[in-house]
Design a protein around this ligand. Structure first.
Ligand SMILES: [Zn+2]
Length: 126
């Protein structure tokens, strides 16, 4: 099994031309040997076929970490797991989302504790 390096179509071994984009296979093969990674390289395929899809959960986690830290933390953890399956895509957003969520939660606890210490429980809850 071989693949067209111009459009990524799967070709039979004895095909001379790519039936999708019409590239002659001799050229395709030369380009593969010149600049493409070997097809045993699994991460190349993950990049090529799945890497184009955005890691939406990771992005949502990052956004929600500012709005609702608990939701942001959950989404970021899911996003980080997805990033592992997606060859690291969105990993930065996930980690940032997790950190921001945790920091936000700590800050809210500190703020809450501070308000209680200043105004007392009744003052805060009233
Ligand atoms: Zn092609």
């Amino acid at each position: 099994m071989k693949y067209c390096s111009k459009c990524g179509a799967q070709l039979a071994d004895d095909d001379d031309y790519c039936f999708f984009c019409g590239a002659k296979f001799d050229e395709v093969k030369k380009e593969e040997q010149k600049e493409q990674p070997t097809f045993q390289d699994q991460s190349y395929y993950e990049d090529k076929y799945y890497g184009q899809r955005p890691n939406t959960v990771a992005l949502l986690g990052f956004v929600f970490s500012f709005i609702s830290p608990i939701v942001g933390l959950i989404l970021s953890i899911i996003g980080l797991n997805k990033a592992r399956q997606m060859n690291g895509l969105g990993k930065g957003y996930s980690i940032a989302g997790i950190i921001i969520s945790i920091v936000s939660m700590i800050l809210s606890v500190l703020l809450y504790t501070y308000l209680i210490s200043v105004y007392g429980t009744e003052g805060v809850l009233a």
